[in-house]
Ligand binder design. Sequence first.
Ligand SMILES: Cc1ncc(COP(=O)(O)O)c(C=O)c1O
Length: 413
Amino acid sequence: MTALLKDESGFDPNAIRSQFPILSRQVNGHPLIYFDNAATAQKPEQVIEAVTDVWRYSYANVHRGLHTLANEATEAFEVTRRKAAALIGVECDSQIVFTKGATEAINLVADSFGAMLNEGDEIILTQMEHHSNIVPWHFLRERKGIVLKFAPVTEGGELDWHGFDALFTDRTRLVSMVHMSNVLGSVTPARQVVQRAHAADAAVLFDGTQATVHMPIDVIDLGCDFYVFTGHKLYGPNGVGVLYAARDWLDRLRPYQGGGEMIAEVREDSVEYAHSPHKFEAGTPAIADVIGLGAAIDWVQAFDREAVMAHESALMDRFEVQIRDIDGLKILGGDQDRGAIISFVVDGAHPHDLAQLMDKYGVAVRAGHHCAHPLMQRFGVPGAVRASFALYNTKTEVDAAVMALRKALNFLI
Ligand SMILES: Cc1ncc(COP(=O)(O)O)c(C=O)c1O
C-alpha cells in the first residue's frame, strides 16, 4: 500500500470546495468535516443548478409529449444516457437502463435473470457484499431454491481467490460481486473474475456503486455482463441509478415492472414490449434527477480522474498512518488494493459512541454494520467506524478528524 504523507497528485481540493455550499457550514460549533462520502456525497452547485433549472424552466414528462418542453426534457434525459454510457466506457447508450439506484438495478437483474434459473442453480457472491447485493439473491433462494455461495474474504481484506475458485460447479450461473467494497475499500480483481466465471459459462454482475466514484471504469475492458452504479454517491441526485447490460442481455431478459413507457402495444389479450432499454423503464422516471446525474457526470469527468484518485488515496493513507498506533485500534482488512474507504474498531469503544463523539467536533463518520452483516460476521465485529474520502476533502480535515478521534477515545477509555 502507498504510504504517501504528501499529496503529490497535483489535485487541489481547495480550488473546488467553494462549489459545495454545504461544506461551509458549521456543525456543533466546528467546521463540517464530511467523511461519510461512501454513504452519500455532497453536491456541487453545477448539479444543484441542473436539477433546479429543470424544475424552474424546462420540466415536462419525457418520451410521450409532442410539445417543445416535452422534447427538450426528453433530449436532456437521453443525453444523460449517453453520458452514463461514456462514463463506464460504453458506446451504445441503449445498453444503459435508468433505475432508482444501484439497489433497484440489482433487483431488476435478480428478478429478470432469476426468471431464467432453475431450482438448484447456483449464484456466487462474496462475504463483502452490501445487503443490496445479497438480499435480492436471497429472494431467489427463498422463492426458487437457488443456491447462494459466498466467496471468502481474507484477513487482509482481499477476495480469497482459491476460496472463490473452489465454489464453481456445473450449476454456477452467475457471479455477483462488489467492484469496490463499501466497508474495506477493497477493489476486486474484476478482469480475472470475469475470465474465471465465463470459463464456467456463468455471467458476471459487478456492483460498481463505490468503484464508479473513485476510479475510471471501462466495462468493455472488464468484459462483465452487468454493471450497476448509483447517482447520489457520484455527487449527483438520489433516486437515480444505472444498470449496464452487455451484448443482447437486455433483449433476453424479461421486463422487471409493467406500466407506461415500456410498451409498444397493449391489447386486451396481449402486450408487446418496447425495445430496450425502455422495456425496463416503466412509469415516469426521476426526470430532473436523471438530468442532474448528467450534470454530475460532466462535473466528475472534467477532472483528471487519476489525479483525484491519488489525492483521495493520499488522504486515506494520511489518516491511516496517524491512527495505526492507537492502542487497541484494528483496521478491517488493510493489505488490499483499495479505494479511499477505511473502517476500524477500537477495543473498549463502541463504534456508535465514537461516531457520536466525533460529531461533537463537526466530524461526520459512519458507524455500524454498513449494510454488510456477513462481512461484520467474517471479522467478528458487530460494527465498525468508517471514514470515506471525497475529492473535496483536505489534509487539514484529516488531521482535525484524527484529533477528534483521539479526544473521543480519551473520553471513552
Ligand atoms: C457497494 C454498495 N452497493 C450498493 C449500495 C446501494 O446503493 P443505493 O442505496 O444507492 O441503491 C451501496 C450503498 O451504500 C453500496 O455502498
